[in-house]
Design a protein around this ligand. Sequence first.
Ligand SMILES: C[S@@+](CC[C@H](N)C(=O)[O-])C[C@H]1O[C@@H](n2cnc3c(N)ncnc32)[C@H](O)[C@@H]1O
Length: 464
Amino acid sequence: MAQEGLKISAHLVRGRKKIPIDARYNSKYSLLIRSSNVNPFTDGRKFSRLVIHLNGEDFDLGPCQLISEPNIDGYDGRLIFLEDVYDLQSLLSDGRTVKLQKAFVNLPLVLAHKEKIRQSFKGYTANLTYDLNVYKSFFDKMDAEYSTEPREIQHFVQEAIINTEGRKFMRFLDDKLNELEHLVADFSKEEHECHGFYFRKQLWNIIMCSPLMKRTNLKPRGYAGDSEMMRMIYSNDYEGESTFSKLMHKHPSEQPGAHAVRNRRKLITQTLTNFQGNNPTLPRERLKVLSVASGAAVEIEDVVVLPEDCEKYHFILLDQDRAALHEAATLVGQVEKRLGAKIEVDFLNGSVRTMLATRQLTERWGQFDFIYSTGLFDYLTPPVAAALIGRFYRLLKAGGEMLIGNFHVLNPSRVYMEYWNDWVIYHRTEEEFMDLLRDAQPAEKSISFEDTGCQMFLHVKKAG
Ligand SMILES: C[S@@+](CC[C@H](N)C(=O)[O-])C[C@H]1O[C@@H](n2cnc3c(N)ncnc32)[C@H](O)[C@@H]1O
């Protein structure tokens, strides 16, 4: 951190007295200080103001107190704020005085939000909250009951509970979801947003019990569908600390939308291996395959199953998220180890927006035999999506193919995703999806669905 150990020019005020100090950045919300004269400050000493001098300006940061700690590089202790808590990192890096309490400015607005909620929805949410808390207390009580059993026995007991009462609870969740879908069926986009926000505030503690829903709601990497989230969906396991958590995690991963994600992995594998089968390459020639927004590219494991498959492909994986590419590299390493052969893979860390802005992309990257992208177009506005498909098309070799995935407007998991998971994406009709080809004039184009019907795939072939 740039501020670590930074010396700060400051003084304290106590009564009418101005006390010069030596100060040093300690943490975002505390400073290390010592008195500039010989007498050290005593523990708990309060001051009416801390004033920091920065770039010719004085910043008055209000009342503070010393918490003494011996032996911190000769400082008397740490200075903490007593009223307004200031972010010293923002102050020192950009000269901005940001109070930790600033979020409370929005409090009246957020509290008033409930006035916009339909009474029937309030009733539904209140009953659901009550029921879920009752279920939670029953499952937690059972967990406590067998918590002293040996680990292995705990595992079997939990499995038995999951298979009996747990599955009944999942059916209860299904029924409540049906009820929710009916309740919001005629809502406008604004009403969905507004009621979804209220729903999540009411059920926040329950949502936080589910590792999957916690992640989609908190979005630690800034968006819901990150590669860790994808791992959870692909593995479709009971994850979580308690039985209740495990059930709340498994329920969303069993929704049709999650099945559709697992299905698309199979669909890419099938389409790519069929393409490879129909386009056998010469020895030492590989099909150049570009995956855009690759995530951890788990499908590579299904495409490359035999040592000789390694020689058939050259994968280029593009993703904006370094962590996702790192996971992809780890997976590729595991497959290589298993097969005892090398897979040719290039990792491109970048955004599709850069791809759109880059001139002469074909000259730089060359052309590809096969381009695919899943889990990306559901986030792109029509103009960006159309421009990108146009780019992909130009990057395709003659005779090449591309496969793009997008959730369909009739996705039955839409309400679940939006209300429980705070996961809002662009759903499209077939016509809207086809219309994204406006910048390309392909010889052959078709739309197909995976088995759940949640997700459609635009399959394009460039004339040979
Ligand atoms: C839902 S995941 C899909 C990953 C993978 N294609 C799959 O189907 O499992 C979405 C991925 O898109 C990437 N992504 C999102 N917006 C992007 C952008 N503008 N440019 C490049 N990658 C992007 C994310 O980092 C994430 O890894």
